[in-house]
Design a protein around this ligand. Sequence first.
Ligand code: ARG
Length: 256
Amino acid sequence: MKKKNAILLLITSLIVGLLAACGSGASTSGDGEGKKVLVMGTSADFPPFETLDTNGEIVGFDIDLAKHIANELGYEIEIKDMSFDGLIGALQTKRIDFVASGMSATEKRKESVDFSIEYHRSGEMFVSLKDSGINSIEDLDGKKIGVQLGTIQEEGANKIAEQMELEVKTLNKVPDLIQELKSKRVDAVYLDKTVAEGYIKELDLAGFNDPNESTPGMAIAFPKGSEITESFNKVIKEMQENGELEKLEKKWLETE
Ligand code: ARG
């Protein structure tokens, strides 16, 4: 008798688990109150665009931007924190509905995903410790550079490494790269300028601009053919015109 109950319980929990697994997929599922939920992917390691606050909450420019857009369009959003190099794959397999993660809208990525219009433009920077003597790309010869896996900086660093003796160290999370720099396990870290400037100021580091001015702007990414891309574009345009985007820039991006 006891055994039978246990088996019954096992079967029930298996079924419940299965149902839950089915329901947790991405894509505009209702939440019971009529509001549809969009699942957003991000890599919350990139202040001020997305980062964890002291309560472990994901906050930042991209979060506010996405929430504003979703709100205008009558959606709720659920945020999934993932590693940056997994975001494109998650879009392609539709595990998430969109990505807001400081992602640069490169031609290469456009082969696999769709992008919104650009909402932010930032160059790139090399960050190093003060007095490191690294003030130009040439100074990187014989050095070690840290980059985040799957980023345009990883690609850029590998290109530089073809020209000189540069060791490229690839990590998953930006704060870990900064840690490597502080403990001198790398000589420089290659980052989007807006993010680099934040760390330079906060941790009293040094840095110089990447002279290659070809970085594409940041945009929201969608699975190819997604139906929400156009409505997102419409709201971003509105936000550019009515000052809402500027408000977010003032809140998150301006370092005095
Ligand atoms: N803009 C760079 C790229 O698209 C880096 C973005 C990294 N974003 C992040 N949330 N860690 O490759």
